[in-house]
Each structure stands twice: as structure tokens, then as C-alpha cells.
Design a protein around this ligand. Sequence first.
Ligand code: G6P
Length: 609
Amino acid sequence: MCGIVAYVGTKQCQNLLLEGLKRLEYRGYDSAGIATLENGRIRVVKTVGRVANLEDKLEEVGGVTGTMGMCHTRWATHGGVTTPNAHPHTDDKSGICLIHNGIIENYASLKTLLEEKGHRFVSQTDTEVLAMLIGELYEGDLEAAVQAALREVTGAYGIVVMCEKEPGVLVAARKGSPLMVGVGDGEHLVASDGSALISHTSRAFALEDYQVVKLTAEGFRTSTIHNVPVTPKVQQLEIELESIELGGYSHFMQKEIFEQPKSLRNTFRGRFVVEEGRVILGGLADHAKDLTKARRVVMLGQGTALHAAMIGRYLMEDLAKVPAVAEFASEFRYRNPIIEEGTVAIAVSQSGETADTLAALSEAQDRGALALGVINVVGSTMARQTDAGVYLRVGPEIGVASTKAFVGQVAVLSMIAMWMGRRRYMGASECGDLLRALEQIPSHIERILATDAQIRRVTEKYVDRENWLFLGRGYNYPTALEGALKLKEISYIHAEGMPAAEMKHGPIALINEGMPAVFIANKGRQYEKVMSNIQEVRARGGHVIAVATEGDESIRNYAEDVLFVPDIPEALSPMTTIVPLQLMAYHAAVLRGHDVDKPRNLAKSVTVE
Ligand code: G6P
């Protein structure tokens, strides 16, 4: 959600904080703020809008100085998007300054208590309450005051705190919202993800829940909120700078769409042997027996990850022959889900930090399920919580609208389904045939990407329409949902995705002259049925854009526009059929003049419920 960067060392920190903050802007971007300790006093500059707005404001006021400081980009939860609600927040009486990611759930009762003690609040945020609470408990030891305050708090937090009375000391703590600590030479940093640290140091550790770290230029001390010392495991960050830079593309989303052949090859590398029909997933090896005997698979996710999970359901049933469901994690966690013996829960997530998916996973684990992760971010909270898993290996995804992670998730789920299938009933040659097709997908995607100019032309024809339908069946019903989501997220066009057959149970009433209806109409078990659905739309004046299999020339008789994808087994087809839909959404957003990488109201990683 929110982006956090903090620094303590010997360098002037304004610019390095801002540089780090820009790398995290995808996490939230409705307001931004910075604070440094300047000549013994805390100096805060904040504003609504982007980091660029903060830079303008800093220029107006002549910048801030200091070798210790913190900055923040916000994605509003409590309190509107206003400058007083932007972080950092301060408690002037004690000289405390704080930035926060997460939600303090008991902030209202704490606020009443603090008001009774004479504190006056200037914002509507839960964060300011925490700043005041730490100030109230401060007795000359910032670390102790933070620990004491956090013992009173319920909810989620990743925080960084400093105090005028303790120059050169930063304290950070975490519960639920991720924080990485960067260990440098004579300097230390804290950030909500490693991409903001990497240009300063590649040595870092993740704070665990209920841990507090006290940082100075020279060293750090890690403890729990009950002041029990802990020894963190400092590790090497494996992020290549080029993977978090635009490198000639106009937007991260565009870069990530075009990166898919390469990222998918990484996903596959060393994970199967086509000739032997063998899938090798080291992350599952320790649980091979339980997975072979699995009686049911429950896949959990939100947003794009849920759409990948829905495709996973078809893959599990078809290739592993195991009953499977895919569910909104947010619904699963508050139901009373029945987890019978032999249930495998699979959390699907790019970030590995989505609050609802994490909670649903815990719920499934508490009820006895074996927990697998299909996750991109190595070492993320979810990855650490699962019993086993397979990383996506698609590299950092910066564009808020997920693209390469989706294709990576479907690819990993297909490999898991084949891995299970091979152990249950599938022969080596059947598996080998599928793997051969899987191996070809990166080059198929390259062919689709080469038709980008045509996809842009088709998008231009319809870009002024306000309502779109996305329709598909079977494996490509979730693809339709994902295509509609992409368009909504970044172009703000109203789009509905649904199973093509469902249309006549209501949504067909929406169809009027010229309404664009995107059909995923590649060759497959239900091809003829999809053709009938296309006719139904055409008969009512809808304009059909078909994603069809190369060589299917006859489809031109039924569709205004056709976008071809290579002929591959239906079970693997969503990895290709989604690509033209990603590009359509991208072009629609650019043509409408929207900020593709920072769509309004969204955040890349949703660490609150
Ligand atoms: C947010 C993002 C979506 C993403 C979803 C799940 O809503 O905007 O793009 O699909 O979270 O995120 P995850 O990191 O769990 O895949």
C-alpha cells in the first residue's frame, strides 16, 4: 500500500529518500511527505499528489537538510486525501515524528484517551493517534516508547519513528505490513520493499511481525515489542537495477507485457524435461507424498491472482484429476470453510503480502490444510508462511495492473497440475506433449507482441465506447474476467467479464448498436458454442472483437475485428489469449490520456482488508 523509506547515516538524505520513494510510488500515490532532523528540529514537508508534487514543494521551500529522515507515499484509508492527512505525522510535545503503512484498528478508543490527556489532533488519520501515543509514553527512550505503544495497538503497521531528543536514532517496527532493513556501511535504511534499498546496499533483512529495530549509522538492535532481543538473518537482495527501470519503454506496464516471453522462460528454467515428460519442482519435493494423495485443492487470491487461480481450477481438474475450487480469499476467510483431510490450500499472489490472501491462508492452515504458495516476491510474508511452494520468477512487477505475474501464475499452476498429474495417473508421453507445448509459449507470445500495431488500431476504433463486454468459456472464462479487469483498472472504461453462456441470462439486455464485445474464441472444446454466442451479440447490434486461433479464417465472417493467437492446447491457451487483451487495455489507457502505471484509486499491493 503505502511506500516507506527512511535513512540514518552520514549523507544528506533528502535526495536519496526521494529517489527511493519514486521506486515505491506504485504502492500508493495520493499524497507524499518527507521529514528530516534539521539542526536538531524535525522539519516536515508534505503535499497531496505524487512524489513530483513533493519535489516541487521542496524546491519552493528551499529543500530540507539532515542526515536522518523518512518519507512516505500514501494510499488513503482513514481520512481523505489532504495535506494534513499526509504522512509524516508528529507529536510536537515530545518531538516524535512517524510514518505508517497499515491500519490501527483501535485508533478511535486510543484517540479518546489521548484527547482526555490534552492531545489535539490535526488530521483524521489513525496514524496521528499512534504518533501521539508514542509521544505520551516517551520517557527518554524512543525504542522503549515504541515497544510500549505497540503493545497497546491492534491492527496492522509498518512504521518508522524518530524523535528530536534522540538525534541519529531511527526506530522501525512491523506487524502485517512489510518492512525491509538495509544494512550499509556507516548507514542504515528502512523501506517497504527492497527496490528502494538496492542502489545503496544489497544486504538486508525483513522485519518479522511484532519486531522492532533500532537503527543508528553504525549499527542496529532488533527485539520484539516485549523487548526480547532477536537476531535477524541478513541476506543478499537479488534485485537487478534494470528490472526496476523503464529501459526505453513508455510505461512499466508496457515493459512488463513485452517482457513476458523472457519472464516466462525464467519461470520454466530447469523445471521440466520434455523428453522424459517430467516436471521438477524443488519447492514441492518435501511434500510430494501429501500432494500425491491430495483430495481437494482450494486456491485463494484476489484480483488478477484470483483469475489465475480460477484457471488453476480447470488445470487441477483436467491435468491432476483432483477436485478443485478457486475463491476470493476475502470471502473464504470469513466463511466457516470446511477443510477435510487431504486438502491443499494454494495462495496465489504476486506480492505475497495481500492481507486477505494471507489471512485466508492462515485460516486454511489452522484447519489442517497443507499450504502452498504460488508467489512472485521471494521472502514475502506469504512465502514464509506457506509449507511449500513454487516462485513465479518473473522479476519485480511495478505496473499496478498485473500482467507478467498473471501469465507466470498460470504457468506455475499448470506445472503444479502436471507435476501432480504425473504422480497420479498421467503417462510420460502425455505429459511430455503438454510440456513441449508449454515450452513453446514464450515464442508464441513473441508472435502476438509483434501484432501490437494492429491491436492498437483495433483499440482506437472502440476507445470512445463506455461499456464493453468480455466473454469466454472454459479455460478462457477467467481470461475474459482478466481482460475486463485490465480495461477497467487503467482506462476507467466500464467492462464486464463473464462466461459467454451467462450473457443471455441478463447482460444481453445491455447490448446495443456498436457496443464492443470481446470474445475469446480460440479453438477448443466449446468453440461452436462460442460461435453461437457471437451470433447472439451480432444479432443485437454488438460489435465483436474476436481473439481467435491462427488459421481460423472463417471467423472473419462473424467478427468485425479478429486478433489471432497461435494454435496451442486449450489448457495452456490463457497464457496467450490474455496478451492481446493486455495490450488493448494498455492502448485504451494511453489513448484516453491516463497515467497507465498509477491508475486512480488503486495500489499495487493491498495490505489492508
Ligand atoms: C491489488 C492489485 C491487483 C492484484 C491484487 C492481488 O488489487 O491492484 O493488481 O491482482 O491486489 O495482489 P497480489 O499481490 O496478491 O497478487
